[in-house]
Ligand binder design. Structure first.
Ligand code: SF4
Length: 249
């Protein structure tokens, strides 16, 4: 597909603050550095709010970076619709990785169609089949991957570097939005009228598979709607280190 727009929001919207424009410029610089320094850079899009910013920056400024995501087979219709809306806006195609059918069939044969509710091991097994295995395939052969993590999301992430070795997967990890706030992200999305998941407007700050995500109440931890039936300590899918809010000083 041909690239439809070569202008990022930062170029097209003069009303962005100088501070946010500086963050945009820095983020684009980090992405360009990654392309210069590493072969086969891939952006693993979660399709969350940060992904909208990175998709805009990559497809308008650094299209050498391949954008990929995972369709677990249990995503909300709104998330699948977002992939389509992004592709139409930019005239680009992202690579969609899917789980291996035989592994899902075996899991369902043993545990049932909603077997992830049978216990923690089964839930983690489902995430391993539907998320981790496609994710590892996505990273195979790459020298670097891009993430949308931000420092303020958790104490663990506050210590991240923009570019660091990812021991877990054995390649470089680039985090161009580390210094962005949630407000920066949404200011950028709204300034550019960028497509985003409509579930964000219905109380879903964090969106995963449909049966494992629900809306939260105001003031709740933004991950409270994920695997809500489990002990909070187990609520992760394994793709990223656990996300917890930064402790308040
Ligand atoms: S989030 Fe739920 S449905 Fe999706 S892979 Fe994990 S357990 Fe399975």
């Amino acid at each position: 597909m041909a690239l439809k727009s070569a202008l990022s929001v930062a170029d097209a919207v003069p009303t962005l603050s100088a501070g946010l424009k500086a963050k945009v410029a820095a983020s684009v610089g980090f992405l360009r550095d990654a392309v210069r320094d590493y072969a086969q850079v891939i952006y693993a899009s979660s399709l969350g709010a940060e992904s909208i910013v990175l998709t805009d920056l990559i497809w308008t400024q650094v299209p050498e970076i391949r954008i990929a995501t995972i369709d677990t087979g249990r995503l909300p219709e709104e998330t699948l619709g977002l992939i389509d809306r992004l592709e139409r806006r930019y005239g680009q195609r992202m690579t969609v990785y899917m789980p291996q059918a035989p592994a899902i069939e075996a899991f369902v044969a043993t545990e049932g169609i909603n077997g992830f509710r049978n216990g923690l091991a089964q839930r983690q097994g489902c995430c391993a089949i539907r998320k981790l295995e496609p994710f590892r395939r996505m990273l195979a052969g790459r020298a670097a991957w891009v993430t949308g993590v931000r420092r303020e999301q958790s104490a663990a992430r506050s210590a991240y570097l923009v570019s660091e070795i990812d021991e877990r997967y054995g390649l470089q990890k680039i985090s161009p939005l580390l210094d962005w706030s949630a407000d920066d992200v949404w200011t950028y999305i709204r300034a550019g009228a960028l497509p985003y998941n409509p579930l964000h407007d219905r109380g879903y700050p964090s969106i995963g598979c449909a049966p494992c995500t629900r809306a939260i109440e105001p003031g709740q931890d933004e991950r409270a709607g994920r695997w809500w039936w489990e002990n909070p300590d187990s609520r992760e899918c394994g793709l990223q280190p656990r996300m917890r809010p930064s402790p308040t000083p």
